[in-house]
Design a protein around this ligand. Structure first.
Ligand code: AMP
Ligand code: GLY
Length: 426
């Protein structure tokens, strides 16, 4: 089977690495890929948002299955476009990808299906949003309705902060079209968990869980990022809580989408808050998380390609997903200045030594080669991952690998997994 992965980050590197091990695979391409992905797949030039170009490329390469990594092309309708061209594509249609593309749509689905989530209201004009804000006893979370690459959520500490966000989103237009509508929602407290479910439109099976660290600074402080590290499995998500989340959140959403004639196929990523009243939905995403995916792929024992095909063929009920008993951790190395103004172009060395640490894998997130030398392209640059018998051992291996990386501009958090490990890893 000839497979094409779309994307260029560490998530796509981990997916390619796992797909490359499938006995069903005959050829693996990635658009645009990165220097790490080039070790396991043929990287072809192209843009992830050029749907027509990707369809033409998939035709030219006689691709049997397309696997988009990021949400952008899914929300833009890559699955519909590929299917129209007779090419199979793993993921939701544009109509089903609204579960990530519009926060107010997701809230409507929650209301219709009785899914536990934070109380909310959606607004398109600032005066109404401000009037509602004035009635709230505690500061809400302000969320831009559309895709905003992680910049659309303000967990306000005060009413004033929430008001500034309302002004910036709705009046200043800081997020463009993504911020033309917003959701004000109740702030939930508890531990956050990312739960993944493989869905075939009708059935959903749990497909791993992880916890990530969104804040850039140690102790979960500072601005939010795409994710500075992750670990799997999350000790706080007991089997009973996972089953509760599947029963009360994932399956009702799937049933409601099917009832509306827009069944969800693909990976449904439920961002959960484990509250005192049980798991509540923070948001849905319609793809694997990054860096969660890197940790998950190290633990997946089943054939990833066979799993994706089972979801596409409606054969999930009989598919047996197997996971290693090991724990896995991913530590993101980002470029100095991330997330505001990441430095770019710094030379990176030591990756061979990092990958030689027992249990460790180096996934590339944003690297390039310049004159044969590996350089950082800015933002999240490397996702150094490791699997081991315990989470503490996985942390030791991941940080031992981080310490082999020679990159003057690189930094990472030294406390990934602190909640599960009870302190800063040594
Ligand atoms: P989202 O893009 O909706 O995942 O929001 C980004 C982050 O903001 C989440 O991962 C949470 O850490 C935080 N967040 C979002 N909604 C809430 C909420 N209702 N209560 C508390 N924290 C939230
Ligand atoms: N790590 C969270 C996400 O991928 O959205």
């Amino acid at each position: 089977m000839r497979v094409l992965v779309i994307g260029s980050g560490a998530r796509e590197h981990a997916l390619c690495w796992k797909l490359a091990a499938s006995p069903l695979l005959t050829s693996l391409c990635c658009v645009p890929g990165n220097p790490g992905i080039a070790a396991v797949a043929t990287c072809l030039p192209g843009r992830v948002d050029d749907i027509a170009g990707l369809v033409a490329l998939a035709r030219r390469e006689a691709i049997d299955l397309v696997v988009p990594g990021p949400e952008g092309p899914l929300v833009a309708g890559i699955v519909d476009a590929m299917e129209e061209a007779g090419i199979r594509c793993f993921g939701p249609s544009a109509a089903a990808a609204r579960l990530e593309g519009s926060k107010s749509f997701t809230k409507e689905i929650c209301a219709a299906a009785g899914i536990p989530t934070a109380a909310w209201r959606s607004f398109t004009d600032a005066p109404s949003a401000r009037a509602y804000l004035a009635t709230l006893p505690s500061p809400p979370v302000v969320k831009a309705d559309g895709l905003a690459a992680g910049k659309g959520v303000v967990v306000a500490a005060t009413h004033e902060e929430a008001e500034v966000a309302i002004t910036e989103f709705l009046e200043v237009g800081r997020l463009g079209a993504a911020g033309r509508a917003l959701v004000l929602e109740e702030r939930l407290t508890g531990e956050e968990v990312s739960l993944f479910a493989l869905c075939d439109g009708e059935h959903a099976i749990a497909f791993g869980a992880a916890q990530d660290h969104k804040a850039v600074g140690e102790g979960d402080t500072g601005p939010n990022t795409g994710g500075m590290g992750a670990y799997s499995p999350p000790p706080v998500l007991t089997a009973a809580l996972e089953e509760a989340a599947m029963q009360r959140i994932v399956r009702p959403a799937l049933a409601e989408m099917a009832r509306r004639g827009t069944p969800f196929r693909g990976i449904l990523f439920a961002g959960l808050m484990l509250t005192a009243e049980g798991p509540k939905l923070i948001e849905f995403n319609v793809r694997f998380g990054d860096p969660e995916c890197e940790a998950l792929m190290l633990r997946l024992r089943s054939d990833l390609l066979a799993a994706l095909l089972a979801a596409m063929d409606g054969e999930l009920p009989s598919f047996d997903v197997r996971w290693s008993k090991e724990a896995a951790m991913t530590v993101v190395m980002a470029a100095r200045g991330y997330p505001a103004r990441p430095a770019s172009g710094g030379v990176i060395g030591g990756l061979e030594a990092a990958g030689a640490i027992a249990g460790a894998h180096v996934f590339h997130a944003s690297t390039a080669t310049r004159d044969g030398v590996l350089v950082a392209q800015g933002g999240r640059v490397l996702a150094i991952s490791a699997a081991a018998a315990t989470l503490a051992e996985a942390a030791r291996a991941a940080y031992a690998a981080v310490d082999k990386v020679v990159w003057a501009d690189g930094f990472c958090r030294r406390d990934i997994g602190w909640r599960a490990l009870g302190g800063v890893p040594t």
